[in-house]
Design a protein around this ligand. Structure first.
Ligand code: GDP
Ligand code: MG
Length: 319
């Protein structure tokens, strides 16, 4: 049997073939030529509306905050509204298929049999650009495959993770009760990207204080005409989860009526292009600086016979 081409896999994924969809996402994750071909094919959709159809919701916060539990609970709410939803779990430390969800077999069992739900863990494959490059492409693939919503779970620590989290249309930041969680979130840069705050594990002491801390931080930092609501939830028992989804809906409506959604997406597209140009330049830099000639120049610089600027000029002339 011949290997299917990226184009034929994408066509099958668009027609609802879940195995093909999984393989397309693997290509996107791996980067390189396969990812490039998928990207180009997505740019020429049979149905021009198809690729921009999915609305993305980022769900971010510290490890253990309850992001996967909340995401899983949201799936139920979204399915009740008869919308199709995909999850990208970009959390290398806890794959979505493990941990929280294995402890919740009944609920996930339902989703497993449901072709309106698609769940996928994404991992870095070590290629340049990694997740920051692969995630938006994966979201487009899922949009083309007919999902109305894509929930992207990411850990909100580290620059790349916060960058990925900020790529969503609406970003939900999950914190927990307990001294300093709100402050930690602020330090990680999450105040800037949060559209909705959720104090999850509100069954534990300190939830009211955590909400107050966040409101105070918002008093200092919030600007513009959307102030992120600060909601409480117990994701484990579905408490407050419908309200979280309603908060996301209000934010979406705000973005759509103000025209900011288009603006956000254009800004993200510009960032994505910049990132791809950066990857290309890094590839050129790597290609130019390996090999015998580079090694000879390095020896010259080490011996003090050449300055590093001139060596760089010889390998890759500047503008
Ligand atoms: N007490 C309590 N525990 C929760 C709640 N939501 C999630 N958990 C637990 O917190 C742990 C981490 O949850 P998980 O969803 O994997 O967190 P993630 O790392 O942010 O995805 C799991 O043991 C969950 O069962 C909640 O609302 N209350
Ligand atoms: Mg998780």
């Amino acid at each position: 049997m011949s290997t299917p081409t990226p184009a034929s896999l994408l066509a099958a994924a668009r027609d609802g073939d879940r195995a093909a969809l999984a393989r397309v996402l693997s290509l996107v994750e791996r980067g390189g030529d396969g990812a490039r071909e998928i990207g180009a094919r997505l740019g020429e959709p049979r149905d021009p509306a198809a690729t921009s159809r999915a609305y993305t919701v980022g769900i971010t916060g510290a490890p253990g905050a309850g992001k996967s539990t909340l995401t899983s609970a949201l799936l139920t709410v979204i399915r009740r509204q008869d919308q199709r939803v995909a999850v990208l779990a970009v959390d290398p430390s806890s794959p979505f298929t493990g941990g929280a969800l294995l402890g919740d077999r009944v609920r996930m069992g339902q989703h497993d049999l449901d072709d309106g739900v698609f769940i996928r863990s994404m991992a870095t494959r070590g290629h340049l650009g990694g997740l920051a490059v692969a995630t938006p492409e994966a979201v487009r693939v899922l949009g083309a495959a007919g999902f109305d919503w894509v929930l992207v779970e990411t850990v909100g620590v580290g620059q790349v993770e916060v960058e990925v989290a900020g790529q969503a249309d609406t970003t939900v930041v999950v914190v927990n009760p307990g001294w300093g969680d709100a402050v930690q979130a602020a330090k990680a840069g999450l105040m800037e990207i949060a559209d909705v705050f959720v104090v999850n594990k509100a069954d534990r002491p300190g939830a009211a204080e955590a909400r107050r801390d966040l409101e105070r931080l918002l008093d200092m930092s919030a600007s513009g005409d959307w102030r992120p609501p600060v909601l409480a939830a117990v994701a484990e028992s579905d408490e407050g989860v419908a309200e979280v989804w309603a908060g996301v809906g209000r934010h979406r409506q705000h973005l759509e009526t103000s025209g900011e959604l288009g603006e956000r997406r254009r800004r993200r597209a510009a960032e994505e292009i910049t990132r791809l140009v950066g990857v290309r330049l890094m590839e050129q830099a790597r290609a130019a600086t390996i090999g015998e000639r580079a090694a000879t120049l390095a020896a010259e610089v080490a011996a003090g016979r050449l300055d590093p600027w001139s060596a760089a000029d010889q390998l890759l002339p500047g503008p």
